[in-house]
Ligand binder design. Structure first.
Ligand SMILES: [Zn+2]
Length: 336
């Protein structure tokens, strides 16, 4: 009989467990500072663990590394409910909501206890702040025990995006990750050079493939986007031969555009940002992506596209500080 032991839980083949994963926060002063939220000495991450009856990959699907990027949360909840362990080959860790304190207290993007961004700063620190400890826990307890990470994000409060997947520029796994990205219903597939966010640290630290999905924006949670996230989870599991997609349809009419070069424009000074583009649209070389003005309305400068490109996402926050993201645009490499 197949067995799977993960985080002290021993599941038999065909078993599903709804549980709360606990990241140790012993002795940390800021762990229980969020009013009305009792950590009981640990940080809680609601999860569903599914041990399939058959052999196969172990996949982590995580939502809400950044709170406010909501669509992933109900999508994970639905997928965790829908999967019949008797028909599953492999194992799945569904993390319904990683930044659960931020989620419950409406602390957007960051961990409520320490204002930490869980998608930067890996590998964390097991003696550090709450957010650093969560990362160190991923590195020690989760990443060595999974074969693939599918991390669900969205534009949140400040970014307007077209649905896209970041897949890693890391030679041992790049083809495998790109093939997984192409198996979803996402049309913009961006080769990423990042190396210290959740999925990207996993990729570089463990030489295993992963991808990060961005869908939705404006801290909204919509049925269409939740359904699309859910479909992509199911299509990924089908791609790995773990679970049939059944009634989830692979969109054969959708163009899948691959980008190897993406330009991430950042503000070089403080100002008010007025984007001139729409996400997913084509912009020709030299055309304006947007302009920066000061608080009195004085023109600072225009930002022309360096080449013919697709607009992937832009910041809709009006106020920019130096180094803040303005717009990202990709130079199309292939389309199929
Ligand atoms: Zn995010």
């Amino acid at each position: 009989m197949k067995e799977w032991t993960i985080l002290g839980n021993c599941l038999k083949g065909g078993e599903k467990l709804q549980t709360v994963l606990r990241v140790p926060m012993d002795g940390i002063e800021n762990a229980a500072k969020v009013e009305g939220f009792d950590h009981d000495g640990s940080y809680e991450i609601p999860a569903t663990l599914i041990c399939g009856a058959g052999e196969g990959k172990t996949v982590l699907v995580s939502a809400s590394i950044h709170n406010g990027e909501y669509n992933g949360v109900p999508a994970v909840i639905r997928a965790a409910k829908a999967i019949d362990p008797a028909k599953l080959s492999g194992n799945i860790i569904f993390m319904h909501c990683v930044n659960y304190s931020g989620f419950r207290t409406h602390c957007y993007r960051l961990v409520a206890e320490d204002g930490y961004n869980l998608n930067a700063g890996y590998p964390g620190d097991e003696n550090g702040t709450a957010g650093q400890r969560i990362q160190a826990w991923f590195v020690k307890e989760i990443f060595p025990n999974v074969d693939f990470v599918f991390d669900l994000h969205g534009g949140g409060a400040e970014e307007m995006m077209t649905p896209l997947i970041f897949w890693p520029h890391h030679e041992p796994v790049r083809e495998e990750a790109l093939a997984a990205a192409k198996a979803t219903n996402v049309g913009f597939l961006i080769e990423s050079h990042a190396d210290n966010g959740e999925y990207s640290y996993f990729v570089h630290g463990f030489d295993k493939p992963a991808m990060l999905l961005e869908r939705g924006c404006g801290v909204f949670c919509t049925e269409a986007e939740v359904k699309a996230d859910y479909d992509d989870i199911r299509l990924l599991l089908d791609h790995f031969g773990m679970y049939p997609a059944e009634d989830v349809v692979y969109d054969t009419a959708l163009k899948r555009r691959v980008f190897h070069k993406t330009i991430y424009l950042e503000a070089e000074r403080e100002g008010l940002w007025y984007p001139a583009v729409k996400c997913g649209s084509i912009v020709k070389k030299g055309e304006s992506l947007g302009r920066l003005e000061d608080i009195f309305g004085n023109f600072i400068r225009e930002y022309p596209a360096e080449d013919d490109c697709y607009v992937l996402y832009y910041t809709q926050a009006l106020a920019l500080e130096p180094g803040d993201a303005m717009v990202a645009y990709g130079l199309l490499a292939s389309e199929e």
